[in-house]
Design a protein. Structure first.
Length: 363
């Protein structure tokens, strides 16, 4: 049994640097004692502790992919106005932490002078949480950063103004692996493949660990076989849902298909359990083409859904709550989105989820 001394000497700080090293002094003194916060204006919040201490935050947009020049620029501002303290939110917003209220206006003026938007609090659209896409992921059906840029260009006024019925969270994931929070955001853009993987039987025996590839398929669509006497695999295309898991394991099964890959749009998800239970997103638009660099079809569709939501939802209704109140037929009518056979989940192994889809309830 370990002695007291041995237990004391054990090293437990084996992960990333301990966050306490980076806490603002006011946060350190009031850790876990925060009583309430107030949004003073778009992008600016006041956090009040039980001790009466106040900390101010100014939230600014970032593109997530940033250079050392950009980091130096925001650090200069944090040094000038925030005693060197800032943080990144889970949606990649930059949050400057200020003890001095008088520094808020000059900080915002400097941010604006550098072209950085301030906003994303309360009844607004926050930065879009997103995945890698064409930056470096091999299985993407669309881009992530490119889509986020063009969508936020269209919706920037809803980031800087709190003019929405409630907060609106958007997410982008560039394939069905869904590294982003697309299953639980108000609007989700999800890259979709629409064709099965293509098997290179020549290369496969040298590149593929066949049992791992067979095991990687969630639908048991990949089976081992022999082609011209060599070990290979075959795909039962009826079972394939084009998820790309097999390609992640076996480079001889590429799935990207520029002509057929594209973007689907899902709506109505949320994580919060305020006022109503958390919700999963449901399919609104099954397919829009990849049309870089500005993706006009996608940006137009998102803008339309946002505008209809702003016009029709009640105060403090999230997207999913609004749709729940008016019903899915009304959602399709108001947005002008066509309801098609592709909205019906006819996947032959979907037995367990079939009756739960909104499409079956709402139409
Ligand atoms: S969502 Fe898919 S394509 Fe995008 S980063 Fe994740 S695994 Fe890669
Ligand atoms: S794409 Fe997905 S469903 Fe289709 S064979 Fe590969 S792993 Fe299976």
């Amino acid at each position: 049994m370990a002695t007291k001394e041995e237990i004391k000497a054990r090293k437990t700080d084996i992960g990333p640097p301990h966050y306490e090293r980076f806490l603002h002094p006011i946060i350190k003194e009031n850790y876990g004692q925060w009583q309430y916060h107030e949004i003073l204006r778009p992008g600016v919040m006041m956090h009040v502790s039980e001790s009466g201490a106040k900390l101010y935050t100014v939230r600014a947009a970032s593109p997530r992919l940033i250079s050392t020049d950009f980091i130096r620029a925001i650090c200069r501002l944090a040094d000038k106005y925030c005693d060197g303290y800032l943080r990144f939110t889970s949606r990649n917003n930059i949050e400057f932490l200020l003890k001095n209220e008088a520094n808020i206006d000059p900080l915002i003026a400097d941010l604006k002078a550098e072209g950085t938007l301030v906003g994303g609090t309360g009844r607004s659209i926050s930065n879009i949480v997103h995945t890698q896409g064409w930056v470096h992921c091999h299985s993407s059906a669309t881009d992530a950063s490119g889509l986020v840029k063009v969508v936020m260009d269209e919706l920037a006024n809803h980031f800087t103004e709190m003019d929405m019925p409630h907060k609106l969270r958007i997410a982008v994931a560039c394939c069905l692996n869904m590294c982003g929070a697309v299953h639980c955001s108000d609007i989700a853009l999800l890259g979709v493949h629409r064709t099965p993987p293509r098997i290179d039987h020549e290369k496969l025996p040298n590149l593929c660990e066949i049992p791992s590839t067979v095991a990687s398929c969630p639908n048991a669509a990949v089976r081992p076989t022999f082609i011209d006497g060599k070990k290979s695999v075959e795909v039962d295309e009826d079972r394939c849902m084009y998820c790309g898991n097999c390609y992640t394991v076996c480079p001889a099964m590429p799935i990207a298909d520029p002509l057929n890959d594209g973007v689907s749009i899902w709506v109505g998800g949320k994580v919060s359990n305020a006022r109503s239970a958390p919700m999963f997103t449901k399919l609104a638009i099954p397919y829009l083409p990849n049309n870089p660099p500005r993706w006009p079809e996608v940006t137009e569709a998102v803008k339309n859904i946002v505008e209809v939501y702003v016009k029709n939802a009640r105060s403090y209704e999230r997207m999913g709550e609004w749709i729940g109140r008016v019903g899915w037929p009304e959602f399709f009518k108001l947005t002008g989105i066509k309801f098609t056979k592709y909205h019906i989940d006819d996947f032959k192994y979907a037995g367990t989820t079939y009756r739960r889809t909104t499409q079956m309830r709402g139409v």
